[in-house]
Write a protein that binds this ligand. Sequence first.
Ligand SMILES: NCCCCCC(=O)NO
Ligand SMILES: [Zn+2]
Length: 344
Amino acid sequence: MLTIYSDSHRLHHGQAELIDGEMRPCFEMPSRADMVLARVQAVGLGEVRPPQAFGLEPVLRVHDAGFVQFLQSAWQRWSAAGRSHDALPLVWPVRRLRTDRIPQDIDGLLGYYAMDAGVPITAGTWEAVWQSAQVAMTGAQLLQQGERAAFALCRPPGHHAARDYMGGYCYLNNAAIAVQMLRDQGAERVAVLDVDYHHGNGTQDIFYRRNDVLVASIHGDPRVEYPYFLGYADEIGAGEGEGYNANFPLPHGTVWAAYQQALQAACERVRQFAPDALVVSLGVDTYQEDPISQFKLSSPDYLRMGEHIGGLGCPTLFVMEGGYAVEEIGINAVNVLQGFESAQ
Ligand SMILES: NCCCCCC(=O)NO
Ligand SMILES: [Zn+2]
């Protein structure tokens, strides 16, 4: 399987995130991608290629132009306010505050365009985010060119980013951008299977009213897990998109036996949708040792996960999302890819 990777990811390394009521070192760190790349190379998964350059147009097929412009200019605005540490929001527009007016001040803009305090912006963030999206688009192009599968080793991740907001370590929605590129290049129907521990609120939001993209997600129950405010089973899509969104929330402590049942149900939804291509949001924070997550999958379970996905028989683009047990992230992510290949 081909891997697409850009070393530009290390330009983004937030110093701290607000978690459990205190500022702690960011879990989303450069070594995550280094460990996955090392495992790809150690097992000889296949060639590792740099991303192609696709420009802004495909990004603007998914994201709001004002949001993208904010991402491009946020560090400069933050620096112009005399600050040299990471940019973080300090206020958010919750219920009955106005969002029909966009603030001009950087602190107002950060809150307007962020859903949480998990998205530090540094001097190199935009370049890293930009290249991460190019990595995903390159993967989409490889599928269009006939590859059965490809692995977009994206960092930062993307599935919490919606059309016009960032959050949960995500800035641009790499998987959604790849989906839209596949649609624009001829795929009639594209399915997204999100196996990250956290609900991909951004991906759901982007495609919620559409029937050309099925989004199926297995994740921690939002009653007790981030992102808390989306990801319930009764979110089935709206308008033309009704019936094209499927959430499979699971409780803390979920082990493979229960996870597998949800995965089989999600795969059945994909099978029924009969997509021309499948994009897998591959987070491995479902791992039993993950520091911020509460499922209990073991490393061999990821081989099984890959087999289930391979059994769908679709051209598949894997897009790296979360996973914070850095020592095992490479083993677990590549196990999915090797399990997939064994089922081809
Ligand atoms: N700081 C709150 C938790 C952020 C979750 C990031 C993630 O892994 N999403 O898939
Ligand atoms: Zn996650």
